[in-house]
Design a protein around this ligand. Structure first.
Ligand SMILES: [Zn+2]
Length: 464
């Protein structure tokens, strides 16, 4: 008996997710009978998955998304996907964190900890670095590391032995955030313990926002300009992200910050060496941004991180969940979830109306400098966000290729995180009837064979 399935994407574990059309006896028309998830290899390359609970959650999420928008898959079709997997062996690896140091290295202030555990090179240290600053200005406790330690432990189902002192609010917050990761990311519950120390006292300090020059951070900055006094920029040094191309992007970010007249604090870290093997950056970035934010305790009182999705399309496992971000805060620095508007189309309207924002827009990592390639998924969605509000002309020169329906229709979405794919829904909802909207709808139809997307239905109706 032949069965059929169509690959529609990848879970956050890089495990394939397919629409299952069943065998010939089950096949009735075009409607799939369920979702299929292949079990991924785990962190150690073994075939069992200690993350099956998360996988089920991820499957549930996909089912809800698809049910709502495309295919009305019965949710109970999912129960078969992971239940037969064996439990993980009793081995519980432990990751040890210790030997915290705060040092002046040349012109940079560096806080680091030794991390020891499965899959981690002997002697490896996690570094959090504030460039061109005196070491007296950064947090002198191990507080900035505890969130990353808990994230790593809960993700790999390993115990965490954290040997250096953190402040009371850090410990409480990280415990709350870890519960949030268990509830919404499906991570494994772990016990988070650390020695305590008293928090340092700081006076008034500026509020800041992470500044990547994307639609989200630019709209936050210009909308809340009166409340923000500083910018933080995440840059990269060393392999593989610290490239000459990245240097050019950073140089443009520095010029933009000078133009708007705000201090720009340059932070870097090697945290992705630890986290990339176990989790996507899409999920891990907020704990890293928060760690680098609370590092700047002597300089900043608040660090804002901008959201990406329209509120009603925000995935349950968004890395900028409010509870999660609040949990990464310390007594000295509050991590704030910021959004100037719900959705990228509305934010595009704000960026288009502001000459600073529209002149410095940078969404693309495919080209060096301060421009955008105009051809990648990120560029084409962003240009379409502007087109959806009739403002593409305001940013057209920022892109090196024009927005055309043909370029959209030719997009290959393999490897695009499903969080980013949600932005397409917003586009099909808001683009005016025409070739561009049909091109995005055609992208849907290639990846989701049964188009019962409400916006696509409207598209068909209005096209008649
Ligand atoms: Zn691009």
């Amino acid at each position: 008996m032949l069965s059929a399935s169509v690959l529609i994407g990848w879970s956050s574990f890089y495990s394939p997710i397919a629409l299952d059309f069943g065998d010939e006896s089950q096949r009735k028309g075009k409607r799939p009978v369920g979702l299929a998830l292949a079990p991924p290899l785990n962190y150690w390359g073994e075939k069992y998955s200690p993350y099956r609970e998360h996988q089920r959650q991820s499957a549930k999420y996909w089912a809800l998304l698809l049910e709502s928008y495309y295919t009305r898959i019965p949710r109970n079709a999912l129960t078969a996907c992971c239940q037969d997997e064996p439990m993980p062996p009793s081995r519980t690896p432990v990751t040890r964190w210790g030997d915290h140091r705060v040092e002046q290295r040349g012109s940079d202030a560096v806080s680091s900890m030794l991390v020891t555990g499965a899959g981690i090179d002997p002697g490896w240290r996690l570094e959090l670095r504030l460039h061109d600053a005196d070491a007296s200005r950064i947090d002198h406790t191990a507080s900035p590391f505890l969130g990353i330690a808990a994230f790593h432990g809960a993700r790999t189902a390993s115990g965490v032995r954290f040997g250096d002192a953190v402040t009371p609010a850090t410990l409480t917050g990280v415990r709350d955030a870890t519960t949030d990761l268990v509830d919404h990311f499906g991570f494994t519950p772990i016990t988070v313990k650390a020695p305590l120390t008293s928090p340092a006292r700081y006076g008034e300090r500026p509020r800041s926002v992470y500044f990547s020059r994307g639609v989200d951070s630019l709209s936050t900055l210009i909308h809340y300009r009166d409340r923000l006094d500083a910018l933080i920029g995440l840059d990269w040094i060393g392999s593989p992200y610290g490239t000459p191309q990245q240097d050019e992007i950073w140089a443009a970010t520095t010029t933009a910050a000078a133009e708007i007249g705000l201090p720009l604090y340059r932070v870097t870290t090697n945290a992705r060496e630890l986290l990339d093997p176990i989790e996507t950056w899409n999920h891990s970035h907020s704990v890293v941004l928060a760690a680098l934010g609370v590092l700047l305790a002597g300089i900043l009182s608040e660090v804002w991180i901008s959201t990406a999705q329209r509120e009603d399309l925000t995935p349950d496992d968004s890395a900028v969940r409010p509870g999660l971000l609040a949990g990464w805060s310390t007594e000295a620095v509050t991590i704030v979830r910021a959004s100037a508007a719900s959705g990228r189309n509305a934010k595009a309207r704000m960026v288009a109306a502001d000459s600073f924002a529209s002149r410095w827009l940078k969404v693309c990592w495919e080209v060096a400098g301060d421009g955008n390639c105009g051809a990648c998924f990120k560029c084409l969605t962003t240009m379409s966000n502007f087109a959806a509000v009739g403002e593409l002309a305001a940013v057209q020169t920022r892109f090196r290729a024009p927005l055309t329906p043909a370029a959209v229709a030719a997009l290959e979405l393999t490897g695009v995180p499903y969080h980013s794919l949600l932005n397409i829904i917003e586009l099909v909802d808001d683009l005016p009837v025409g070739a561009l909207r049909e091109a995005w709808a055609s992208v849907f139809s290639r990846y989701w064979p049964d188009r019962e997307l409400p916006a696509a239905t409207r598209l068909r109706q209005t096209s008649r």
